[in-house]
Design a protein around this ligand. Structure first.
Ligand SMILES: O=C(O)c1cc(=O)[nH]c(=O)n1[C@@H]1O[C@H](COP(=O)(O)O)[C@@H](O)[C@H]1O
Length: 230
């Protein structure tokens, strides 16, 4: 678990918003309460990649959540191209071929996170998708493969964070979405924990979207989440 000097860096705010103006307005409202932002499909396909470059140039940390998964050549070239955007993290799905390609394409300064099993999945969803293992076992298998391949960090739910930490050791990152402050709606997330529980389970970073983007006072919610993990 690499040392995190600024406790705000533990919180990654998911900018799941329709466009750049909405994202910039949210970042302004949050102010210095957050230092790390995630840009995924929704904003990425609506000008978010250029925004990522601008935010990185301003000193904010950026998680590019592109969840790449394709033939090795395409993943390697895609990761290489994304390495120029100034982001700190980039996601790929945790398939061995995909992870090996991402490691080949990784440039200096960009860390690759492998998404083990999406936090919206439970055992029934995994079975429906054709997997013969319960979610916890599938996460463990993928975490072991990711460590062997040299991936920088794992995305899993906080429910698996402690076992993933045991598997990958202290030097790889454990990043957990599916985080819900007490009393907030789970929505489509099925494997959820509070920020404090996640911290106790040994995570490096939590990813939080709707509890912040949908809040009346997003700055206050971001501050409360950071405080809960201190
Ligand atoms: O890779 C991710 O960030 C991710 C992986 C995962 O297993 N589950 C998951 O929710 N995410 C992302 O984390 C964010 C969670 O958002 P909220 O559910 O609104 O807090 C979304 O942007 C998801 O795309």
């Amino acid at each position: 678990m690499p040392e995190i000097a600024d406790p705000r860096d533990r919180l990654i705010v998911a900018l799941d918003l329709p466009g750049v103006p909405e994202a910039e307005a949210l970042i302004d409202r949050i102010g210095d309460a957050a230092t790390f932002y995630k840009i995924g499909y929704q904003l990425g396909y609506a000008g978010g990649l250029a925004l990522a470059e601008r935010l990185a140039a301003r000193g904010l940390k950026i998680f590019l959540d592109l969840k790449l998964h394709d033939i090795g050549n395409t993943v390697e070239a895609g990761v290489r191209a994304a390495s120029g955007l100034g982001a700190t993290f980039l996601t790929v799905h945790a398939y061995p071929q995909t992870m090996r390609a991402a490691v080949r394409g990784r440039g200096a300064g960009l860390k690759i996170l492998a998404v083990t099993v999406l936090t919206s999945y439970d055992d029934a969803d995994a079975a429906e998708a054709g997997y013969g293992l319960p979610v916890a076992d599938l996460v463990a298998q993928r975490a072991a493969q990711a460590a062997e391949i040299g991936i920088d960090g794992l995305v899993c739910s906080a429910a698996e964070a402690a076992s993933v930490r045991r598997i990958v050791g202290p030097d790889r990152l454990v990043v957990t979405p599916g985080i819900r402050p007490a009393g907030t709606e789970a929505g489509d997330q099925k494997r959820v924990m509070t920020p404090g529980e996640a911290r106790k389970a040994g995570i490096d970073h939590v990813v939080v979207g709707r509890p912040i983007t949908g809040a009346a006072d997003p700055r206050a919610v971001a501050q409360a989440i950071v405080a809960e993990m201190a």
